[in-house]
Design a protein. Structure first.
Length: 116
């Protein structure tokens, strides 16, 4: 992995491990958000599990790049779902920014991992 790929994988990996743990442990902020979006708890915990898995795959993928590819693809799917949720809920644009930034980072990581 290049320096850019390694750095992005580490940043995204840590961010998604943290976000996944917050959702899986039922942190009140996330319980409230998923309820506001009219999603059941199973969606929150499934999202948390996918986020945790994708973060771990990215971190381990620093040493085993094939795993990072799976991790970054999962993050892209989750962030597209987040953007769809914000659109459906009519959230203000400021609430979209974290998902947009994370999606952009994931796309840059995916492109940086393409064979030359």
């Amino acid at each position: 992995m290049s320096t850019l790929s390694t750095s992005l994988a580490a940043i995204l990996g840590i961010a998604f491990v943290g976000a996944g743990i917050q959702k899986l442990t039922g942190q009140q902020r996330w319980v409230d958000e998923f309820a506001r979006w009219s999603y059941p708890d199973t969606i929150r915990t499934t999202t948390g599990a996918v986020e945790l898995l994708s973060g771990v795959l990215l971190l381990v993928g620093i040493a085993v790049p094939a795993l990072a590819i799976t991790g970054v693809l999962l993050i892209i799917v989750v962030m597209l779902g987040a953007l769809g949720t914000h659109q459906r809920a009519g959230d203000p644009f400021a609430m979209w920014l974290p998902a947009i930034a994370l999606l952009a980072m994931a796309l840059v990581l995916a492109v940086s991992m393409l064979p030359e």
